[in-house]
Design a protein around this ligand. Structure first.
Ligand code: G3P
Length: 217
């Protein structure tokens, strides 16, 4: 499963990229706002740090205007994935862009039927928002299972990019279901490394090593 980080914070992206485990980045207008940075400047910087897909979202709602914005976004770098919302205009835009060879991430997906439409529109990635589903009392991961089944039934090549990930259990469930990608905030990715028994075990080993008085040199 590929790991994308869901942020526009350059320091976090740089630090996680250094682990060698980062396959891409997703941004959205809210994350750009949170970064306090100029959209084009920050996205261009991210594209240089991470060679994998970097999602940058259009903000137009009408197809023609989305196409105009997408044209500007895809010129930022060759690893840009244009993010479009799951609307009729968004999917029209998705179809045109992918026919042109541009990567497209269809966002704001909340049902398996929507994911089916995105795959038919040739989306490179579909982003179902699991956390926002959980927030309103539904099981977001159930949608991921349904999408996996549908995509496998018809051999769709669209990658399932689990978004709105809130905790490590979402990551575990995504991997068990066989999602292609998950995008999580930096804090959730850092949590994946952690276990109290790892920390305690390491402390014990280091204390005992110290007692041997030896050095690895
Ligand atoms: O980038 C889209 C998605 O991951 C947003 O997550 O936490 O705002 O629901 P969240």
């Amino acid at each position: 499963m590929k790991f994308f980080v869901d942020t526009a914070d350059i320091d976090d992206i740089r630090e996680l990229a250094e682990t060698g485990l980062l396959d891409g980045v997703t941004t959205n207008p809210s994350l750009i706002h949170k970064s306090g940075r100029d959209f084009f400047e920050v996205v261009a910087e991210i594209c240089k740090i991470v060679p994998g897909p970097v999602s940058a979202e259009v903000v137009a709602t009408a197809h023609d205007e989305m196409m105009r914005e997408a044209d500007i976004l895809r010129k930022i770098a060759s690893n840009i994935a244009v993010k479009v919302p799951l609307t009729i205009d968004g999917l029209k835009t998705c179809k045109k862009l992918t026919e042109d060879g541009t990567m497209v991430n269809v966002t704001l997906c909340f049902t398996a039927n929507q994911a089916l439409l995105a795959a038919k529109a040739g989306a490179s990635f579909i982003s179902p928002f699991v956390g926002r589903h959980d927030d309103i009392g539904f099981d977001g991961m159930q949608i991921i299972e349904e999408i996996r089944t549908i995509y496998d039934n018809y051999d769709f090549k669209t990658e399932i990019l689990v978004a709105s990930v809130r905790h490590p259990i979402h990551v575990l469930q995504s991997a068990l279901i066989g999602a292609d990608v998950m995008t999580a905030p930096p804090a959730v990715i850092r949590q994946l490394f952690k276990h109290p028994l790892t920390d305690r075990g390491l402390e014990g080993f280091l204390a005992d090593w110290q007692k041997t008085g030896q050095k690895i040199a």
